[in-house]
Design a protein around this ligand. Structure first.
Ligand code: TUI
Length: 314
């Protein structure tokens, strides 16, 4: 099957991105995905410049294939990390949780392909105007920080609104999801949650277990009150946070209550107090596999389903 414009543009084998999950997506995961033919993406998250530079250099050692860096724009280190990404000339930058306009010129001058995550048509159009080579339209089924729209409504609207290739994200975890995304007009997909169970994903064993045993209604969205809705697996932390949103405590106290809880989940595996970010597709993640097994399985299934879809073949 024709693997499409995005794979060609980025020099990857399959149009499958691994989402840049904060605290989770390190050089090892990204390189494993890139070596399997997808686009592996290191997450800068809230980390400082030194950490990010080390991870970029490690990825360059672990793979000779293209890889990406995700810059979380709410990070206090976003300016520093943006500069380091340009210096290191990472092949691809994706951005999350904001508008990357002020960095675009610097990145484009460094010959970097910039692909912002957009939660709406407005931000897709801004990205196009500022020189992005594609956009990732991420629906609210995904884990972590989310927008208001669902993937099935967001993707076709973004495809109609901009003249750029669109990567669909949010709720996609298998070949059926990929087929659906292509039917909506996307030319590639980004998956995060499916890679949480990957052998090369260096998260605490308890995190993997939580994802593997998640059911269809295992996740919940908290944080709307502070303007940063976040989807995570229901546990004591999520329930307490949800309750606190409706009390009269200050925003600052609420924010402080959330600080450091993703680290508790990823590093300590603290099942009660950690914040276990995951998308609605967690219920579809049922076994631990290598990144290569995941990518091969995804593409084989997508190809089987899409075999006859003429629009994609041309
Ligand atoms: O960024 C993500 N997912 C994330 S970031 C993250 S770390 C974090 N922790 C606490 C609060 C906030 C972030 C965990 N998961 N996905 C990409 C994404 N980007 N989803 C939604 C957006 C987005 C939202 C608003 C992109 C642009 C945007 O622009 C609005 C503006 O006002 O700039």
């Amino acid at each position: 099957m024709n693997k499409g414009k995005i794979a060609e543009m980025l020099g990857i084998e399959y149009p499958i991105f691994q989402g840049g999950m904060a605290w989770i997506a390190d050089a090892e995961l990204a390189a494993a995905v890139s070596n399997a033919g997808g686009l592996g993406i290191i997450a800068a998250g809230n980390a400082d410049g030194d950490y990010v530079r080390t991870q970029i250099q490690k990825a360059k050692e672990l793979t000779d294939k293209p890889f990406g860096l995700n810059i979380m724009l709410l990070s206090p280190f976003a300016d520093e990390v943006a500069q380091i990404a340009a210096e290191e000339r990472v092949p691809v930058i994706t951005t999350g949780a904001g508008n990357p306009a002020k960095y675009m010129k610097m990145w484009l001058e460094a010959d970097i392909k910039v692909i912002p995550v957009v939660p709406s048509i407005t931000f897709a159009k801004i990205a196009e105007r500022n020189g992005a080579c594609a956009v990732i339209a991420e629906g609210g089924e995904s884990g972590g920080h989310i927008g208001e729209l669902a993937t099935i409504t967001l993707v076709p609207q973004v495809c109609d609104a901009v003249n750029l290739p669109v990567i669909a994200a949010g709720g996609i975890a298998d070949g059926r999801g990929i087929a659906a995304a292509f039917a909506l007009g996307a030319e590639a997909v980004q998956l995060g949650t499916r890679f949480l169970s990957a052998t090369e994903c260096n998260i605490h064993e308890n995190y993997k277990k939580k994802v593997l045993k998640a059911g269809d209604t295992a996740t919940v969205v908290t944080g709307r009150r502070l303007g940063h809705p976040v989807r995570s697996i229901k546990n004591q932390f999520a329930r307490e946070y949800a309750k606190m949103e409706y009390t009269d405590i200050s925003n600052e106290e609420l924010e402080n209550f959330g600080t450091g809880k993703l680290r508790l989940a990823v590093v300590e595996g603290d099942e009660k107090n950690g914040c276990f970010l995951a998308g609605q597709s967690a219920a579809m993640v049922t076994k631990e596999e290598t990144c290569k097994e995941i990518i091969d399985d995804l593409w084989q299934d997508a190809e089987r389903i899409l075999g006859g879809l003429k629009k994609w073949e041309k």
